[in-house]
Ligand binder design. Structure first.
Ligand code: ADP
Ligand code: MG
Length: 695
């Protein structure tokens, strides 16, 4: 098959597997379509009267695409997606069947699904879980070799109405933010009636590809998604020759297929390139409304895996599949589309727009400084600890990078209009037009966890394997809270007769004074920043348990309860679930480490040891100094390994996570040293060189 597709075909096949608004128009009556449009565009409650018609239309469309089944597609707290299929078939009473799909089946599902983590929220007697259609994210078709399934994005909640998934709080947080955006719009005289502002997201996704043949020989990759052993090769990423390098033919073939699949699903894949580490790549879509973008990222991760498989690769989405080289993240590009359809994080054309822009920047500064620990907690996982704790990805300290020019504006706000600035003019909100801020400059600070990049903020601490939902729930909520506070203060001052500009200047000045400690434009990897951050009192939560703890605080419970994003029990149950997930992952990793060391490495090491010993006893009458030294070296490393095995076995019995981590590290050290001593053809695991370079 010719894998090149002409522009014409791309346009024709784009979104062909999505029941998009465009497609719906052809299948629905005008009144049903208009009604659904209000729900999708303005977030208005779905009119149940149209459900049957939409369901019928969806079914006709899906069946025409070869679908025999439908599923409510949801995002439980495992972090993956879930589906339970039902066929459309319905006996017709005459020994045949008809294909049926009703409005009630579309709107509500009852997958039960009692085995998903609920953190104690669902006692077995009320174990029922329900799914509810999210009409703002279009249904899509998932194809397999033998058929197709209609997937309907849904929220997942319990019998008692408690959120059991990642989508429900996300939708709530988007609503909360939308409301505050309207309020801000009102202050600035922007028309907000019958319009809606919302956050946008473009998630850059990093991943590794390795040959399936190697993968299948690595128990650690199969079971844990990362290599628990393996010596980094002499040459890996130091030469920086992989980053943006020419893409190997086998990889580009994969990428071309991947893009085509994503486009058919209506996922606007845009950029693709080689990343820093050998065998590491990145794909980024055009940004979309946040809820849709999160669903699309989940679908993208799944599609990366299935297309890789078809190309004889395995895609590794783990945050740190290989020690010693770059890990993988997910840059969460977040911005705001106002009710006027404009990007509100973009400095505008007139002073009024700029005042609104600076208000939002200050709202973000306040939000991130006030709740840095919640943002950190939202990206906490066993996998991501390998990045955030180490000196490669953004550090665990959350700070904001604004860039020189925006920083200068913020400094001026801090001084306030009353002060004379060293600069020629002082900034007066609502009076001054801002200089054009550089967009996407090449010298952007790559080390910052939270960077302003021209017209959006890029939260870079999200792990490659994580759903974007969690971090964005936090981001939306804390920014909404900030805007809420700002609006309240400004409105109160205006009620007392102050002008908007004056009121705003005072409020923003206070914010900058109080929260400027979170701003940092330097190199986040340096030791000096870590010291400086400590001096400024910024939290540095290095491990998952430390980072999750703030979820349980009164401060967090109050915030989420106030805005109705999480109830107390929802938040606490999430804390339980994420903590348990962390513990389970460490337990599994420790067990797999032991299995590999005991059943794969030890036998080979002993065999080699005995072959050297044999040589020494057979080859007599020659100098054996070197050979004996070799035997000594191998023997002592075997002893180190056996000792480390014993220690890790003890740690596995215990409750301490950090002991497991240290135990695995020590065992790895011995095994990785043995890898440098034992003949390559005896070594039972594919090497880093093979996995990272041979494709
Ligand atoms: P880089 O790697 O230089 O950060 P990329 O082009 O790989 O840049 O990714 C930038 C991401 O930011 C893209 O997914 C893009 O769609 C997204 N983005 C651009 N504008 C916005 C916006 N207004 N809101 C959200 N995301 C945006
Ligand atoms: Mg980026």
């Amino acid at each position: 098959m010719d894998t090149r597709i002409s522009e014409c075909e791309t346009v024709k096949t784009y979104g062909e597997n999505v029941f998009s608004l465009k497609t719906m128009k052809n299948y629905l009556s005008d009144s049903a379509y208009q009604s659904l449009l209000l729900t999708v565009r303005l977030g208005m409650t779905l009119d149940p009267a149209i459900a049957d018609e939409v369901a019928e239309a969806m079914k006709i469309w899906a069946v025409s695409k070869g679908a025999t089944h439908f599923t409510h597609w949801f995002q439980p707290l495992t972090g993956a997606t879930a589906e339970k299929h039902d066929s459309f078939i319905c006996p017709d009473g005459e020994d045949g069947v008809v294909m049926r799909f009703s409005g009630s089946e579309l709107i509500k599902g009852e997958p039960d699904a009692s085995s998903f983590p609920s953190g104690g929220l669902r006692a077995t007697f009320e174990a029922r879980g329900y799914t509810a259609w999210d009409p703002t994210s279009p249904a899509f078709i998932k194809e397999s070799d033998n058929g197709a399934t209609l997937c309907i994005p849904t929220a997942f909640y319990s019998y008692t109405g408690v959120a059991l998934d990642k989508k429900t709080p996300l939708l709530r947080s988007i609503d909360v933010l939308s409301k505050q955006l309207s309020r801000l719009g009102d202050l600035f005289g922007i028309k907000t009636k019958d319009r809606r502002g919302y956050p946008t997201l473009g998630a850059e996704q990093e991943y590794f590809l390795i040959d399936k043949g190697f993968y299948e020989l690595r128990l650690d990759l199969i079971q844990t998604g990362r290599t628990l052993f393996g010596k980094a090769p002499a040459k890996h990423q130091q030469m920086e020759d992989h980053y943006f390098g020419a893409i190997k033919p086998r990889v580009i073939n994969f990428m071309e297929d991947l893009d085509k699949e994503l486009w058919r699903l209506g996922i606007p894949a845009k950029t693709r390139h080689n990343e820093v580490s050998p065998a590491q790549f990145e794909i980024a879509p055009v940004f979309e409304e946040l809820n849709l973008a999160v669903d699309h990222n989940m679908m993208m991760m799944e599609t990366i895996k299935t297309v890789a498989n078809a190309h004889g690769f395995v895609a590794l989405l783990h945050e740190k599949p290989f020690a010693g080289v770059n890990g993988s993240g997910k840059h969460n590009n977040w911005s705001i589309c106002g009710p006027d359809g404009k990007n509100w994080l973009s400095p505008g054309d007139d002073p009024h727009e700029n005042a609104k822009f600076l208000t939002l920047i200050c709202a973000l500064i306040k939000a991130v400084d006030t709740h840095a620990e919640l943002l950190r907690g939202a990206v906490a996982s066993a996998g991501n600890d390998h990045r955030l704790g180490a000196n490669e990805a953004p550090p665990a300290i959350i700070s904001i990078f604004l860039g020189e020019q925006l920083q200068d504006l913020i400094d001026q706000i801090e001084k306030g209009k009353a002060q004379t600035s060293k600069k020629a003019e002082t900034l007066q909100l609502g009076v001054t037009s801002l200089p054009t801020l550089p967009k996407d400059t090449t010298d952007r600070n790559r080390t910052s966890p939270f960077a302003f990049t021209g017209n959006k903020f890029e939260f870079r601490a999200v792990g490659s394997n994580q759903s974007c939902a969690g971090p964005n729930v936090i981001l939306n909520t804390i920014v909404a809270e900030s805007i809420d506070c700002i609006c309240t203060e400004v409105e109160t001052a205006m009620d007392k007769g102050k002008k908007l500009n004056i009121a705003l200047e005072e409020v923003l000045q206070k914010i900058v004074k109080k929260h400027k400690r979170v701003l940092f434009n330097g190199d986040n990897y340096t030791e000096s920043w870590h010291k400086e951050a400590a001096r400024r009192g910024l939290p540095n939560l290095k491990t998952t348990p430390d980072a999750l703890a703030p979820m349980k605080t009164d401060k967090a419970l109050k915030l989420f309860a106030k805005y109705g994003v999480f109830t107390k029990e929802e938040l606490l149950s999430r804390y339980e679930i994420y903590t348990e997930q962390y513990e389970k992952i460490l337990e599994i990793e420790a067990e797999v480490s032991l299995t590999i060391a005991k059943t794969m490495i030890t036998p080979v090491a002993l065999e080699y040891q005995s072959s050297i010993a044999d040589t020494i006893s057979i080859v007599k009458g020659f100098s054996q100094t070197g050979t004996k030294e070799l035997l000594k070296g191998v023997s002592s490393e075997i002893e180190n390994m056996l000792k480390a095995i014993k220690e890790l076995e003890k740690a596995v019995q215990g409750k301490s996570e950090s002991k497991k981590i240290v135990g695995m590290k020590n065992l790895r050290k011995a095994v990785d040293t043995l890898e440098t001593l034992i003949p390559a053809d005896m070594w039972p695991l594919p090497s880093y060189t093979e996995m990272l370079f041979m494709m």
